[in-house]
Design a protein around this ligand. Structure first.
Ligand code: 13P
Length: 333
C-alpha cells in the first residue's frame, strides 16, 4: 500500500471547489433513468449518454472524478478514445463501482447486504490497469418497522471495511458509502439515530480492518426527514443535524466527505451542502458525489437526441458549477 499516493488521490477528489460525478448506474438502474425519458436501455444509448456528460467543456473545473460502471470503464467515447483516457486527459480522475449490489440479507426480512467481495482483489488489479484510481461500494440501510437491525448494520459495515482494505492494498482509494435511505416516513430524529449507529459501526470496522483513514473518502447520506414524513425539516435543520452527526463519528483524519443525493431534488441537495459549508463545515472537506442531483436536468434536456446534446451539457455544467459553489459555501439561490 502506497500511503502517500492514496492520500494524494483522496485529497485531489475533494480539492477546493470540486466534487465527484456519480455516473456509475448499473445497467438496471440506468434503465429506470432512461425509462423516464422514453429511451431504450441499449449499449449505444448508454455510451451516447455518458459521452454527453464526459465531454461537457469546462465541467472539469468543478468535477474532480467520475465514478463509472464496469461497462463504461472499458468502453470508448464516440470519437473512439477510451472513456478513462478521455477523463484523465481533462484532469478528471476515473473511478469504478465495484460492488455487485444490495441483496436480501438472510434471516432479516426487508434488509439487504451488499455483495461483491469474492474475486475483488483480482478485479481491482484489472480496474487499476484500465485507469481507475478510486472505487465505490454502497451499503444500503433501510428505515422501517423495527429496522434497521444491529445485525444488518454490522454485516454491511464489515463488508465495507473488507472492501476498503482490499482497495488500499491495490493503491485504489475506497469511497466508503453507507447509505441510510430517505424513502420512508421517519422523522429527521430517527434518521440521525440510524445514521449515527451506522457511521459508528463503519468506523469501528475500518479501524479493526486496518484501513488508512487518510486514504479514503466517506460518502454518507445527509441527516434528513424521510420523504414520506409529514413534517419536513428545513435546510438549516438538516445542515446542523448532518454536521453534528458527522462530527460525532467521523475522525478528522478522513480527508473528505462527499455526500450522495439519495433522491433529494437537485436544488435542495445543493442548498443543503451549501448550508453546511456556510456553517463552517468540519475538519474534513465537505463536498458532493451526486448522481441524480447532478444529472437529472441534463438527462431530461438530452432526451436521447443528438440535437439536444448542447442543451444537456449546459444543464450539467450549471449543476456542476452550483455544487462547486456549494462546496465552498458560496452558492446563493
Ligand atoms: P445519488 O446522488 O443519485 O443518490 O447517487 C449517488 C450514488 O452514487 C449512489 O450510490
Amino acid at each position: 500500500m502506497n500511503e502517500k499516493l492514496l492520500n494524494n488521490t483522496a485529497c485531489a477528489m475533494v480539492a477546493p471547489g470540486k466534487g465527484i460525478l456519480a455516473a456509475d448506474e448499473s445497467t438496471g438502474t440506468i434503465e429506470k433513468r432512461f425509462k423516464s425519458i422514453n429511451i431504450d436501455n441499449t449499449e449505444p444509448n448508454r455510451q451516447a449518454y455518458r459521452d454527453m456528460l464526459f465531454t461537457t467543456a469546462g465541467a472539469e473545473a468543478f468535477i474532480s472524478g467520475a465514478i463509472l460502471f464496469e461497462e463504461t470503464l472499458f468502453q470508448s467515447a464516440l470519437d473512439g478514445t477510451p472513456f478513462s483516457k478521455l477523463l484523465a486527459s481533462k484532469g478528471v480522475i476515473p473511478g469504478i463501482k465495484v460492488d455487485k449490489g444490495a441483496k436480501p440479507l438472510a434471516g432479516a426480512p426487508g434488509e439487504t447486504v451488499t455483495e461483491g467481495l469474492d474475486g475483488l482483489r483480482e478485479r481491482l488489479v484489472k480496474y487499476r490497469e484500465a485507469g481507475a484510481r478510486f472505487a465505490k461500494w454502497r451499503a444500503v440501510i433501510t428505515i422501517g418497522n423495527g429496522i434497521p437491525s444491529a445485525y444488518c448494520i454490522e454485516t454491511n459495515a464489515h463488508a465495507l471495511a473488507r472492501y476498503a482494505a482490499l482497495c488500499q492494498e491495490a493503491d485504489v482509494v475506497p469511497i466508503v458509502e453507507p447509505e441510510v435511505l430517505m424513502d420512508a416516513d421517519n422523522t429527521i430524529e430517527i434518521c440521525e439515530k440510524v445514521t449515527s449507529d451506522t457511521l459508528q459501526a463503519v468506523f469501528d470496522q475500518l479501524y479493526l480492518q486496518r484501513v488508512l483513514l487518510e486514504g479514503m473518502i466517506l460518502k454518507p447520506n445527509m441527516v434528513i426527514s424521510g420523504k414520506k414524513c409529514p413534517t419536513q425539516a428545513d435546510v438549516s435543520t438538516v445542515a446542523a443535524a448532518t454536521l453534528r452527526t458527522l462530527k460525532h463519528h467521523v475522525p478528522s483524519s478522513v480527508p473528505g466527505i462527499a455526500f450522495l443525493s439519495g433522491g433529494q431534488s437537485d436544488e435542495v441537495a445543493t442548498a443543503h451542502l451549501n448550508a453546511m459549508n456556510e456553517m463552517g463545515g468540519g475538519p474534513w472537506a465537505l463536498s458532493f458525489s451526486y448522481g441524480r442531483a447532478l444529472q437529472a436536468p441534463s438527462l431530461k434536456a438530452w432526451g436521447g437526441k443528438v440535437d439536444n446534446v448542447a442543451d444537456a451539457q449546459r444543464a450539467f455544467h450549471h449543476r456542476a458549477k452550483m455544487n462547486s459553489l456549494a462546496s465552498l459555501g458560496q452558492y446563493n439561490d
